[in-house]
Design a protein around this ligand. Structure first.
Ligand SMILES: Cc1cc2nc3c(=O)[nH]c(=O)nc-3n(C[C@H](O)[C@H](O)[C@H](O)COP(=O)(O)OP(=O)(O)OC[C@H]3O[C@@H](n4cnc5c(N)ncnc54)[C@H](O)[C@@H]3O)c2cc1C
Length: 390
């Protein structure tokens, strides 16, 4: 058994960013990722947008970490050779009754510190994006796109460079109290199973879709904390490549009033490929194994129902006048680790103070904008870990 300063469960972008931030402090760090590679779960099943931060209530963690995280992420990507493109974003109003909401987002974004936001009238919009129909738009020129899996791996490289041990195919399977922290049980290996325990003064739960279950391993009741994760699907459809280049910005509708999503939008990847999505598909039950067990990503259903094309087409056609339904093919799907299915819920970032839980930091409900926020979240977690390790 060996004594580690910080053990992190989860090698998505958040866990990798936390590992980098902790290794930079000179602490001994172990990162455990149950999949065979890093960043393979929600980190690689999203829109890969580095968000501005104009949607979230002022003062919320989502607003603060998103605005700070976008700047940090851009700098990190440029410094570490990770693909990043500041393509900009337009939130497009297609009727006069949406103008009020556009103005509200402009004011909120400005209050949150989003840079260079500007309201455009119909003429300015059509000069900027001739392929888009709309009566007005909110332009966020600093919003960008990036290689999300690449950034997770780059954070992990920084962590390893600082002495961290990054283990893939290694699942945090148990947590027991120890006098100076936690005894961490790890299961590793798909065929020849190996298991071990190590002592860790601090444990960070960055387990994404499984974060409520990792918290339960420590004896926390996720229901009592209101931390049960509700997984909702976000599906994407690819747009026929013959349209590549017709749109140069990310194009979003005015978001639905219930605040559950940003609305299915035009996503671009670094190769200019266009997709529509994600939508917001509620699931009848919990798609994860019952009885609190863990599973791998392969145990989750990520198939996209082709029949959803009609709904995507109807939504997108309001601002993409050239789109035909035949242009759409099912692409991919991501699962959101949501703390509530409707309305706003902030990230849960908690350093446990109960004597039975001291040394544990939980990150629960890290849905969008978790990718954008990851470096800022990681700095905040490193600050909490410093209090534990002091
Ligand atoms: C459809 C969709 C679109 C989105 N679009 C955007 C966007 O454009 N911009 C943005 O900022 N955010 C976006 N998000 C949110 C963003 O993808 C997530 O917030 C972010 O990826 C969360 O990263 P993570 O590291 O917390 O989780 P994950 O990427 O899920 O990583 C968690 C990791 O923990 C591992 N793990 C779980 N349990 C254990 C265990 N017991 N032991 C070891 N490892 C374990 C998992 O295998 C997984 O790799 C979107 C999300 C969805 C679903």
């Amino acid at each position: 058994m060996f004594e580690i300063d910080v053990t992190i469960a989860g090698g998505g972008v958040v866990g990798c960013a936390v590992a980098a931030a902790c290794a930079r402090k000179g602490w001994s760090v172990v990162l455990l990722e149950q999949e065979a590679g890093l960043g393979r779960a929600t980190t690689s099943r999203n829109s890969q947008v580095s968000h501005g931060g104009m949607y979230y209530p002022a003062g919320s963690l989502k607003a603060r970490y998103c605005v700070a995280g976008r700047r940090m992420l851009k700098e990190f990507c440029l410094d570490h050779g990770v693909g990043y493109q500041e393509c900009g974003k337009l939130i497009v109003a297609t009727s006069a009754d949406q103008l009020g909401e556009l103005e509200r987002l402009h004011a909120l974004g400005t209050e949150n510190g989003v840079e260079d936001l500007r309201l455009l009238d119909a003429g300015e919009l059509s000069r900027l994006e001739p392929g888009i129909d709309g009566v007005a738009a909110l332009h966020s020129p600093r919003t960008g796109i990036l290689d999300a899996e690449g950034v997770a791996k780059a954070f992990a490289r920084v962590a390893v460079g600082g002495g961290a041990q990054v283990m893939t195919g290694a699942r945090l399977a148990g947590l027991e109290r120890a006098p100076s922290g936690w005894l961490v049980s790890v299961e590793s290996g798909a065929v020849e199973r190996e298991s071990w325990r190590h002592g860790s003064r601090c444990v960070v739960n960055a387990a994404g879709l499984w974060a409520d279950r990792v918290a339960a391993l420590a004896g926390i009741d996720p229901v009592a904390r209101n931390w049960s994760l509700h997984l909702s699907r976000g599906n994407y459809f690819a747009v026929d490549p013959r349209h590549t280049g017709k749109v140069g910005h990310l194009v979003y509708p005015v978001p639905p009033a219930d605040g559950s999503t940003l609305g299915a939008h035009v996503c671009l990847d670094l190769g200019g490929r266009m997709r529509l999505g994600p939508d917001y598909e509620l699931l009848a039950g919990d798609p994860r194994p019952a009885d609190g067990r863990f599973g791998l990503d392969a145990d989750l259903d990520y198939r996209v129902d082709p029949a959803r094309a009609a709904e995507f087409f109807a939504g997108a056609r309001t601002f993409l006048p050239w789109l035909e339904i035949e242009d759409l093919t099912p692409d991919m799907c991501g699962l959101r680790p949501k703390l509530c299915l409707h309305g706003f819920r902030d990230f849960e970032v908690s350093r446990e103070s109960d004597p039975d839980l001291v040394g544990l930091i939980n990150l629960v409900g890290i849905d969008s904008p978790g990718l954008t926020s990851s470096p800022a979240l990681a700095e905040a977690v490193a600050g909490l870990a410093a209090e534990i390790l002091a």
